[in-house]
Ligand binder design. Sequence first.
Ligand SMILES: NC(=O)c1ccc[n+]([C@@H]2O[C@H](COP(=O)([O-])OP(=O)(O)OC[C@H]3O[C@@H](n4cnc5c(N)ncnc54)[C@H](OP(=O)(O)O)[C@@H]3O)[C@@H](O)[C@H]2O)c1
Length: 248
Amino acid sequence: MTTPAASPAKVALVTGASRGIGAACAAALGQAGFKVAVHYRGSEDKARAVCEKIPGSMPFKADLSDAAACQDLIKAVTAEMGPIGILVNNAGVSIDQVLPFAKPDDFDTLINTNLKPVFLLSKFVTKGMIRAKAGRIINIASVVGYTGNAGQSMYAATKGAITAFTKSIALDLAGFGILSNCVAPGFIMTDMTDALPDQAKAAALAKIPLKRFGTPEDIAQAVVFLASDNAKYITGSTIHVNGGMFTN
Ligand SMILES: NC(=O)c1ccc[n+]([C@@H]2O[C@H](COP(=O)([O-])OP(=O)(O)OC[C@H]3O[C@@H](n4cnc5c(N)ncnc54)[C@H](OP(=O)(O)O)[C@@H]3O)[C@@H](O)[C@H]2O)c1
């Protein structure tokens, strides 16, 4: 028998919220009434611009590939804004290379940026959530963590691991009223995908039944749903937001 999840608390921390999907999640959570902690690494001006549009929000700087910075981020947000009710693990990078040319250092970068902070931030945030007997951890995975993708073995490995991690902590944390889910985007128009060659973009578009790339706002709406009271019986799940590229 598990404890039913209480209503989400008010503070939502979104990592990588200076740009792209994270910025859209921060804006949508702000609109939904959350106090938003806007995390960034280097894009300070952009993070401040995001905050200007969200009443009650604050920017927080941290390089999440530094393990100590992950713990400090949770402490800083809690001290400045109050207990964190929603953690959106969104920050991430993509480094693409076919396996024979893939560099071990790049694999380390991907693990240390995309995966390890998801573990560390989730671990550190649960202390306060356990005390509150409520909380939501929402991890941004990827369609390629399910399907695989040529040239993305390293990146896909981090995203597949996020999905497995999310399902596992859903079991660890259900008894404390803490829910953990993923949103798995398909091809979303951000700086990350803008960097791809036109040929790769055309090949991706051909695989999308809804015949358009996704927007950051498409992802943000799924995140807001998972943060809301309407999602109180959902844990260990993934919402695929990809225009029909893949469903399960
Ligand atoms: N775009 C897509 O099609 C797509 C598809 C599937 C999954 N996703 C996932 O969605 C998430 C967001 O992607 P996006 O396309 O919005 O990316 P983006 O526009 O490139 O933004 C990446 C964000 O991550 C932050 N970041 C990068 N390295 C960091 C580090 N070491 N420490 C802290 N923050 C760091 C950046 O911060 P600064 O700019 O402040 O440095 C930025 O806010 C990622 O996890 C990505 O893997 C994206």
